[in-house]
Design a protein around this ligand. Structure first.
Ligand code: F6P
Length: 542
């Protein structure tokens, strides 16, 4: 594949970018009352308003030409057909097969049936611990992709007080100890979620849970209080999980794409089996759209290309995802792993150094909280940050959902922020407003530059009909495919994470030094120094 930055289309985009200095989004809106109709798209029940991006028709024409040159349609077909798109690990990344309904592979359907059986029994109160009491609390022990997805789905969709309470513990040590202090061992089930069954943090927590159970029951028959989701069934069994409680993972499902697999079990327990099926169906809707829609109307492709335009040609190195529904608070953290593990790469699939920037830093949080914190920088900082705003047209149904007035407040805030980022406020407008309030001309002129907002800051707005399992599935699949499209354009492998793997190995190799009595010299001066200082100043040991 030709080097991306040497292609004629990339160069044409660079030339086109240079024409941008005399354009402002405010003027583009003023000059085109149809801009919303022109630059918005509905798919699978979601509305994407992308009119507030730094685009004119030529921009989009060039971006779609680039996508075609990079053979995006063929690469989408490979992904969805389960081809080995993870080139360094020679595996498929076939997460879409997990939500293919009747067309899913038999092993997937079997795993789902087994999940449903346990989730249904837990929700019916018919799963008992070794003393015969029904399980009331389920604790998921997992980290990264083995926690972020189910934790998000549980936060967004669990509305059922009758279900067992579902807890997520990721980091080892204190969080688990604090949670256990509130739980009853007789009514608690732990699900060890680890594809590899070797992740240090998860195994430490699993051992701590096992020790807690042993201490409470004075027995070693703790198996009734464990389940596991893993690709290493042998290791889980050796740990003490009964075989009938071990749920499979497959090497063709990456951790950050695994919510749809048995990794979703805690979410299924919390939201119910039908709701989990709806979430899978929502994701499958987006898969079908991604497979079939022409590029110009393909929502994941469009989002990916717009993101790339701002990142590569305007140097916008971070991007923010701002959901307004409070139940989507964990979404930015989930997307952080999805995008930054997938796109944080510096070489092409053939191992050549990239000649352009790849993955951007993703951050964010709920809108109303952000407005009272970091939005100041979004409006007036010197580094423009593209934003994805996410909101729902209908408040959440049932108890706990917003009343109509609160819902309107949320939407008003959301739409106000994106409008302000787009249009800004000129110094002249500010000055006029101050004068109209009776301020002296000199003082108004002095304050005007402080109160002016540059505008011209890009954002997308995604509107969900309402936050349901189905719309959540659609939204997450949208971001998965957005990620894949960017990897195709940059020609990087979105499905490995060697940086993380190296970090895990180095941490394992440092560990013995904390118990060694001799001063370590095996590492660089900084690492040796930090280990030594932290040991000397460990007050518990001195
Ligand atoms: O954080 C890195 C990572 O490898 C993720 O990709 C994965 O989701 C997570 O660790 C947990 O790994 P495992 O499921 O094997 O415990």
């Amino acid at each position: 594949m030709a080097s991306l930055t040497r292609t004629a289309t990339w160069r044409a985009l660079a030339t086109h970018r240079r024409t941008w200095h005399d354009r402002h989004l405010r003027d583009l809106f003023a000059g085109d009352p149809q801009r919303f109709e022109r630059y918005s798209l509905e798919a699978c029940g979601l509305l994407l308003d992308y009119s507030k991006n730094l685009i004119v028709p030529e921009t989009l024409a060039l971006l779609f030409a680039l996508a075609r040159e990079r053979e995006l349609p063929a690469r989408i077909r490979d992904l969805l057909a389960g081809k080995r798109v993870n080139s360094t690990e020679k595996r498929a990344a076939w997460h879409t097969a997990l939500r293919a309904g009747h067309a899913a592979p038999r092993e997937v359907r079997n795993a789902l049936a087994k999940m449903r059986a346990l989730a249904t029994a837990l929700r019916a109160g018919t799963v008992h611990g070794i003393t015969g009491h029904a399980i009331r609390d389920v604790v998921s022990l997992g980290i990264g992709g083995s926690a972020l997805g189910p934790a998000l789905a549980t936060a967004a969709c669990a509305a059922d007080a009758a279900a067992p309470r579902v807890h997520f513990v990721t980091t080892p040590g204190e969080p688990l100890a604090q949670l256990l202090a509130t739980l009853n061992a007789e009514t608690t089930l732990f699900i060890v979620q680890s594809k590899s069954f070797s992740t240090q943090e998860t195994l430490r927590n699993a051992r701590a849970a096992r020790a807690w159970l042993n201490a409470q029951f004075d027995a070693s028959d703790y198996g009734a209080h464990f389940a596991a989701v893993t690709a290493d069934a042998e290791a889980a069994h050796a740990f003490g999980v009964p075989p009938e409680r071990i749920f499979p993972m497959w090497d063709w499902v990456g951790g950050r794409y695994s919510l749809w697999s048995a990794v979703g079990l805690p979410a299924m327990i919390a939201m119910g089996c039908d709701a989990f099926d709806d979430m899978l169906a929502g994701a499958a809707d987006m898969d079908a759209h991604f497979a079939g829609a022409p590029l110009e109307q393909n929502m994941p492709a469009l989002l990916a290309l717009l993101g790339l335009w701002h990142a590569n040609f305007f140097g916008m190195a971070t991007r923010a995802v701002i959901p307004y529904p409070p139940a989507l608070a964990p979404l930015p953290a989930y997307l952080q792993q999805l995008e930054m593990e997938s796109l944080g790469k510096q070489v092409t699939r053939s191992g050549k150094l990239l000649r352009c920037e790849s993955g951007t830093v993703l951050w964010g949080g709920t809108g109303t909280d952000g407005q009272h914190a970091y939005f100041q920088l979004l409006h007036q900082g010197t580094r423009p940050v593209p934003v994805d705003f996410i909101a729902c047209c209908t408040p959440r149904a049932g108890p706990g959902g917003n009343d109509d007035e609160t819902h309107a407040v949320m939407l008003a805030n959301c739409f106000a922020q994106s409008a302000l980022l787009m249009r800004g406020v000129t110094a002249a407008e500010t000055e006029q407003a101050l004068l109209a309030k009776g301020m002296a001309a000199r003082e108004a002129a002095r304050l005007a530059p402080h109160q002016a907002l540059p505008g011209d800051r890009p954002s997308n707005t995604l509107l969900l009909p309402s936050l349901t399992p189905r719309s959540l599935g659609t939204l997450l699949a949208l971001y998965e495919h957005r990620t894949f499209v960017q990897s195709v354009i940059w020609d990087i492998n979105a499905f490995d994470q060697w940086g993380v793997e190296h970090g895990k190995r180095l941490a394992d190799s440092l560990l013995p030094e904390f118990t060694a009595t001799t001063r370590g010299t095996a590492h660089d001066a900084s690492t040796n120094g930090l280990i030594s200082f932290s040991k000397t100043h460990n007050r518990r040991k001195s």
